[in-house]
Ligand binder design. Structure first.
Ligand code: FDA
Length: 304
């Protein structure tokens, strides 16, 4: 009960535009620095280098979402390209994750597509891959449609499917061969479209992972749930699914020992490393997921 209230509270806060705007000016506060790798491209590259040395590969996310201003959307596109160039120049093992609302999806669909094409061209030049994060349900169908449009020209782009959605398994069928990250789902959604029961979400999640793996498609299993991870390892061994066909992913700052252990076992372990001024919504969703994460915020209140 308390867990549910706290989840709803932080998900509500994550959408608060005034706090979000203020947070961009505060700098990394409330302990966000433990899970966000600074605000500049240089700072995130430094973190990626350290993680690479530990045998972990990365995906970097320049934080930003729900942008309603053309200049801001264009600036986000530029930072994404700058980040890809910095990855190539420094030779780090890392790709890029981004959100379509950061690139102007809520302003003008074509503007967003044009920004995506510029980013994918830059990624192609440096032989890199771009993952479109999946946002809340109001952007779900547009994201899948834009992905389909982009994949007519680009093969270096994929997206994310959320297992809490009722339509998850059905939508997965039409994404055979597309590199997908599978997650449980991070947003507050209506019971009309999303399962609310944790056990049901876990069950659907595992089924979706198996379904995508068995089609031979590249699958990123993005979870901190050790039970799911163990089940996936066993499943892949049983069906002789090569380690090159899948990877595990976790967020920067979470379960770091487990991340390193998985990499040592010879699996690809990719760490999602966010950076940038727009950390507020991301951080609030992390607090919503796990009440224990609130300790980050409390520690942060008393440091500096
Ligand atoms: P969950 O929170 O369900 O926890 C299950 C169990 O795992 C817990 O009961 C506990 O035993 C253990 N556990 C979890 N966290 C732990 C910790 N920190 N320490 C110790 N034990 C822990 N969502 C989305 O909607 N769109 C997206 O694009 C993405 N992208 C994305 C990328 C990556 C790399 C990750 C890891 C996650 C996302 N997500 C996401 C978020 C995702 O949907 C989900 O909200 C979170 O990962 C939380 O769910 P988990 O599967 O990690 O475990």
């Amino acid at each position: 009960m308390v867990e549910k209230l706290s989840k709803n509270f932080f998900l509500y806060l994550s959408k608060n535009k005034i706090l979000n705007k203020g947070a961009k000016r505060w700098g990394l506060k409330l302990g966000a620095a433990q899970v966000v790798a600074g605000v500049t491209v240089d700072s995130v590259i430094k973190v990626v280098k350290v993680l690479n040395k530990k045998g972990l590969v990365c995906t970097v996310d320049h934080l930003g979402e729900f942008v309603l201003n053309r200049d801001e959307a264009k600036q986000s596109m530029k930072v994404c390209i700058e980040t890809l160039e910095a990855m190539s120049a420094t030779g780090v093992n890392c790709n890029l994750s981004l959100k379509l609302t950061q690139l102007g999806l809520d302003i003008d669909r074509q503007l967003c597509i044009d920004h995506m094409k510029a980013i994918l061209d830059a990624a192609k030049k440096t032989n890199n891959f771009v993952r479109i994060d999946m946002e809340d349900y109001s952007h779900y169908h547009q994201t899948l449609e834009i992905l389909a449009e982009l994949r007519q020209t680009y093969d270096n782009v994929g997206t994310v499917l959320q297992a809490y959605l009722h339509s998850g398994k059905k939508d997965l069928e039409s994404l055979r061969g597309v590199p997908l990250r599978l997650v449980k789902g991070a947003y507050k959604e209506s019971p009309k479209v999303a399962y609310q029961n944790k056990e049901k979400i876990d069950e659907n999640y595992l089924e979706m992972i198996k379904q995508h793996l068995l089609t031979g498609s590249h699958t990123a299993i993005a979870t901190h749930d050790h039970r799911i991870i163990e089940k996936v390892k066993r499943f892949c061994k049983k069906w002789n699914i090569p380690k090159s066909q899948f990877e595990f992913q976790m967020l920067y700052g979470f379960r770091t020992e487990l991340q390193e252990q998985i990499a040592k076992e010879g699996y690809t372990m990719r760490v999602y490393v966010p950076f940038g001024h727009d950390w507020y919504g991301y951080f609030m969703r992390r607090l919503a997921e796990r009440p224990q994460n609130v300790s980050f915020a409390l520690k942060g209140l008393f440091s500096k």
